[in-house]
Write a protein that binds this ligand. Structure first.
Ligand code: SF4
Length: 308
């Protein structure tokens, strides 16, 4: 049996579900029960009746699944699969900011640690950030963390002034404006679509800005066109499967790299072999202390409720 078959067999035997992010390598997306963005993955994690969750994504995503499922085993194929954006918001420094602004509602993007979630009032993803911000009464001030680019974009959309944490994702900040414009000239008439974690000058060039799920939906609505896609390049696999006739070009990164596109080194730490090994040996497991979990689940549940 090849690895794909072995994983499928093992998953049945162990009553496990495999949840994978769009940024995972194609062979992991192929074996997963569900492939989605952060919101979709949180919703699946909240409703699954499997005994074990294998999270093919990065650490904060598996941690969120554990917070929602304390009695289930939650596995992450590679424990070192972190996130530069989550790391840009250390809990102790964030606590100081929150404590200094007790009148503020704290809205935190899902890309953060469980400890930071525990300090927040509502979690959001890029799919629902605008809706979540608009759910807060207009006279109540807001702290938005950790992604300053998403924060600036939501400020513009909602007209709300927010206190922004100075965090960012290294992948979405790596797009090169010069190379993007050069690529656009080579493909006149193409549409630039971008994830709101990208910097403002990149977003200003985009015809569509949205979450990974939103970007896929947008391409589905314009199937015969050509797109320059400014987010992690792993999304192209699912996008092309969903819309085979669309021409998809990854937006170029500043640094020269082998594929001339942006890839998240953390996401790509998971491999099919590591996925198989972790399912077989049921390790590494994600653990969250009960004290943090009890606090972190409240803002996640608020988000899930507001996203129905
Ligand atoms: S693409 Fe950026 S935000 Fe997403 S997991 Fe990688 S480092 Fe984190």
């Amino acid at each position: 049996m090849d690895l794909h078959q072995k994983i499928t067999e093992l998953k049945k035997q162990k009553n496990a579900v495999i949840l994978a992010h769009y940024y995972q390598v194609p062979e992991i997306q192929e074996v997963a029960d569900y492939v989605g963005d952060s919101l979709g993955l949180s919703q699946k994690a909240a409703e699954t009746d499997a005994e074990m969750i294998v999270f093919a994504g990065v650490h904060f995503m598996a941690e969120t699944a554990k917070v929602l499922n304390p009695d289930k085993k939650v596995l992450l194929p590679d424990l070192m699969a972190g996130c530069s954006l989550a790391d840009s918001c250390p809990p102790d420094a964030f606590r100081k900011l929150v404590e200094a602004h007790p009148d503020h509602v704290v809205i935190t993007y899902v890309n953060c640690s469980a400890e930071v979630k525990a300090l927040s009032h509502i979690i959001c993803t890029s799919s629902n950030a605008e809706k979540i911000v608009n759910s807060v009464p207009k006279d109540v001030p807001i702290i938005f963390a950790p992604d300053k680019n998403l924060g600036k974009y939501i400020q513009k959309k909602t007209g709300r002034k927010m206190l922004l944490w100075d965090g960012a994702c290294i992948v979405h900040e790596a797009f090169s404006m010069d190379k993007l414009l050069k690529l656009y000239k080579e493909h006149p008439g193409s549409k630039i679509i971008a994830h709101p974690e990208s910097e403002s000058h990149i977003l200003e060039t985009a015809t569509y800005i949205g979450s990974t799920a939103g970007m896929i939906d947008y391409v589905k609505k314009h199937p015969a066109e050509k797109f320059i896609v400014a987010t992690e390049a792993g999304i192209l696999h699912k996008m092309q499967q969903e819309v085979p006739q669309a021409v998809l070009i990854p937006a170029p990164a500043e640094e020269d790299n082998t594929c001339a596109c942006s890839e998240c080194a953390f996401m790509k730490m998971n491999t099919l072999q590591k996925l198989y090994d972790c399912l077989l040996h049921e390790t590494p497991q994600i653990e969250v202390s009960e004290e943090i979990r009890k606090k972190a689940i409240l803002p996640i549940e608020r988000m899930l409720e507001l996203s129905k």
